[in-house]
Design a protein around this ligand. Structure first.
Ligand code: FA5
Ligand code: MG
Length: 348
């Protein structure tokens, strides 16, 4: 993340909020971590976070494993660092890093993105116990901190809280912000699970944690319409952002001309156990960031054979030039071929 890049600007703004605005009010200082290795084992990424063995996040359809035995992986979230940092006795911190996931393909999802983890455990002498009313105090304090962050970044903005589930927080929530006529999820959070506080020798203290998507927040802050733009080396993108001083208003992204879209449909019969992510992964692998969106447009089950069929629409568009049909046809052909040879899909 280089200086002047929108991701770096938003990261600094969040760190400023927690150390200068929120921190001053609460007499807390958040330690900053941003160079921890993304290569780790399943113990750190999942076990220590109480993530059960049958959780979908552990499957190779979600996670990028680096070893055959599925022991070593690319971190799927920055929560993977919670335990090690807490165990060092550091109880207020922000931890930023690149994270890796197989996921859907659209304007707000990318297989590599950046998260920032925020953790705050209340000091011994302050607050709360372990009863339900105490948990409510923890949640209230967390929501105030995060609503304050939204206000700090965006001024008056429309947001809402939804209940969520994470194995390492209880209760858990997600925060959504209204952006481009839609609700956009920007973070997950909750009261730190008491077992994690016990395991890190902090019990009976209480605390909260959150994990936010830096690209999503930067999209809102700068009005960036597509997450692929963060990977652009195009000066028409990069030159629009300069590290602003606190007194100058942040620039809004001025879209340069949008290039032609080229769509191709693909239909296939599924093998017995099949995950859409496997298909998305092949499309990503072949088309890289030329693919803008993959949408399921039809699915049905053949009653007599019990077989299921799906049809996806793949939309190709470059962020910085016009694509020709001539260029896309062989890409789509390659996607089709790999669907058959690697995924065992029967093309229709
Ligand atoms: C988590 O990753 C939890 N570790 C967050 C957390 C931390 C919960 C601490 C409780 C306590 P989730 O999978 O929802 O949660 O991802 C968090 C955020 O990352 C999302 O809200 C979104 O902003 C961002 N995000 C998730 N997937 C993608 C993606 N494919 N592309 C871009 N951003 C993404
Ligand atoms: Mg989520």
């Amino acid at each position: 993340m280089t200086k002047g890049h929108p991701l770096n600007i938003i990261k600094k703004q969040i760190e400023n909020y927690f150390n200068d605005v929120w921190g001053k009010k609460h007499g807390a200082k958040m330690s900053i971590f941003d160079d921890l290795s993304p290569v780790m084992n399943t113990y750190k990424a999942f076990d220590e976070l109480l993530i059960p063995l049958d959780h979908p996040g552990r499957q190779p359809t979600d996670t990028y494993y680096l070893s055959q035995e599925q022991q070593i992986l690319l971190r799927p979230h920055t929560s993977a660092h919670q335990n090690e940092i807490l165990r060092e006795g550091i109880t207020s911190f922000l931890c930023t890093g690149d994270v890796y996931r197989r996921d859907s393909i659209d304007a707000t999802h990318f297989p590599i993105f950046h998260q920032m983890e925020g953790v705050h455990v209340f000091p011994k002498e302050a607050l709360p116990g372990v009863e339900e009313k105490d948990t409510l105090l923890v949640v209230e304090d967390m929501k105030m901190a995060l609503e304050g962050l939204a206000k700090h970044l965006f001024g008056d903005v429309k947001f809402r809280w939804n209940s969520e589930y994470f194995p390492f927080t209880d209760p858990s929530y997600e925060l959504e912000i209204f952006f481009r006529e839609q609700w956009l999820e920007v973070l997950g959070c909750g009261a730190i699970h008491q077992q994690i506080l016990k395991n890190t020798n902090l019990s009976p203290r209480r605390g909260w944690a959150f994990g936010l998507g830096l690209e999503r927040l930067a999209m809102i802050l700068f009005s960036i319409p597509d997450i692929r733009l963060f990977w652009s080396g195009d000066q028409r993108f990069l030159s629009q952002f300069s590290s602003p001083s606190p007194s100058t208003p942040l620039p809004k992204f001025k879209p340069y001309s949008k290039h032609e879209i080229c769509t191709k449909d693909i239909s296939f019969w599924l093998p017995p156990s099949f995950h859409d992510h496997a298909f998305f992964d092949v499309v990503r692998d072949v088309a890289g960031d030329l693919v803008e969106n993959v949408t399921l447009i039809d699915s049905f089950k053949d009653v007599s054979s019990g077989r299921e069929s799906k049809c996806f629409r793949v939309s190709y568009r470059s962020m910085d030039r016009n694509l020709t049909n001539k260029e896309i046809v062989p890409i789509q052909e390659q996607v089709r071929a790999r669907c058959e040879s690697e995924l065992g899909l029967k093309l229709r």
